[in-house]
Design a protein around this ligand. Structure first.
Ligand SMILES: NC(=O)c1ccc[n+]([C@@H]2O[C@H](COP(=O)([O-])OP(=O)(O)OC[C@H]3O[C@@H](n4cnc5c(N)ncnc54)[C@H](O)[C@@H]3O)[C@@H](O)[C@H]2O)c1
Length: 358
């Protein structure tokens, strides 16, 4: 198998990409370079994994001819220039969420991607693992039937220590709050399983922490299929859970509640009739293990690069996630429902940041 070389930029969550995504796939990837502005962090993480090429300058990576993939794990406000530069340098790009800071920026990124030799894969690692993939297989096989309603709860906890990192909690650098940094994963899982949204009425509030951005949200959504959904998220929960519950005509599906890995363990699959029960058992009888999170997202990326097939997560998926975020902020400020898609004429197409921060 052809091994792809990787440089990781940002040694916070970037360290988890190395441990979960690259070390677990040694026949697919080799991390040859690490970049971080913080020299101490750079040395510690590079030493841990025996990475010899170390730099504090992102541009050094662009000049490395033997480098295939740049994996961007820096704070949100620098994703856009890094993605554009890496694609223009002919590299494949993996980038953490939130991909960029507006629908305008994502449309520009999609245009650059179309002109580039490299592929761009945004991170949505919660889509991977046996629990969520079995649910997806049941739905895609048509066994679940007509979707009725779904709920998404992202009930996590973040306190002052989390917001001590200077880029967090601020519009200019985090670009948003619980919507962007946390609930973006379960909301992506909901759309991945239930299908695209038609409209959203949302509210956001800052109630838990002394920060600029929101830490509580709630929305009522309508799907293109006609199904309905409700989203709730907060960073003020005493214990932490992620929970998705979807009621279809033939089956009700409930995710595992592990907050940061809800896709891994078996999900509750509750058939409403014997026919569906036996059809699901038949579908899943030869199930092949799907490792959770970055392990599968990265290995599927490698497979797609080799085969030329579809990427496991695309910039179009990321656009949909950012469209939801844009709708949430606009709806909350105007107290109006937002109908999708959101195009260039929308007042928040260029930025969802509040006045004075854009
Ligand atoms: N997918 C997930 O579950 C998940 C989890 C945590 C964070 N994230 C996302 O990952 C990104 C990073 O978050 P984090 O928690 O790791 O942040 P962090 O602050 O812990 O780490 C970011 C690192 O990037 C470095 N950095 C900043 N600017 C840089 C630059 N211009 N060049 C090189 N290095 C630079 C910093 O020195 C720091 O070490 C954010 O977009 C965040 O939303 C995703």
């Amino acid at each position: 198998m052809s091994i792809k070389t990787v440089a990781v930029v940002g040694a916070g969550i970037g360290r988890s990409h190395i441990i979960e995504g690259y070390v677990t796939n040694p026949d697919r990837f080799r991390v040859i370079a690490l970049c971080d502005l913080d020299e101490a962090k750079l040395s510690t993480v590079a030493d841990e994994f025996g990475i010899t090429r170390r730099t504090t300058k992102f541009d050094d990576l662009l000049a490395m001819d033997d480098l295939d993939i740049i994996d961007i794990c820096t704070p949100p406000m620098v994703h856009y220039p890094m993605i554009v530069a890496a694609l223009r340098a002919g590299k494949h790009v993996i980038c953490e969420k939130p991909l960029v800071g507006s629908l305008k920026q994502i449309d520009e990124i999609i245009a650059v991607e179309q002109q580039s030799a490299g592929k761009l894969m945004p991170i949505f690692q919660y889509r991977f693992g046996n629990g969520i993939q079995q649910a997806k297989a049941i739905i895609d096989a048509g066994l679940a039937g007509k979707p009725f309603v779904g709920t998404v709860e992202t009930l996590w906890r973040r306190e002052a220590d989390y917001y001590a990192v200077p880029w967090r909690g601020k519009w200019k650098t985090e670009l948003g709050g619980v919507l962007m940094g946390h609930a973006i994963h379960p909301h992506d899982m909901f759309v991945y399983l239930m299908g695209p949204l038609k409209s959203l009425f949302g509210r956001v509030a800052t109630r838990v922490n002394d920060i600029e951005v929101e830490d509580c949200i709630s929305a009522s959504v309508e799907l293109e299929s006609g199904a309905l959904g409700s989203f709730t998220a907060s960073l003020g929960s005493a214990d932490e859970i992620s929970r998705i519950r979807l009621a279809f005509d033939n089956v009700t599906i409930e995710s595992d509640h592990a907050p940061y890995n809800p896709g891994a363990a078996a999900w509750k699959i509750l058939p409403r009739n014997e026919g569906t029960k036996s059809a699901i058992a038949d579908l899943l009888k030869d199930w092949q293990d799907v490792p959770p999170r970055f392990a599968s997202q990265m290995s599927r990326f490698h497979d797609a690069l080799l085969s030329g097939g579809p990427l496991p997560v695309t910039s179009a998926d990321s656009r949909r996630a950012l469209e939801m975020v844009t709708a949430f902020y606009y709806s909350s400020r105007t107290r109006q429902e937002v109908v999708f898609p959101i195009g260039v004429d929308h007042p928040n197409y260029r930025s969802w940041l509040p006045e004075g921060f854009a």
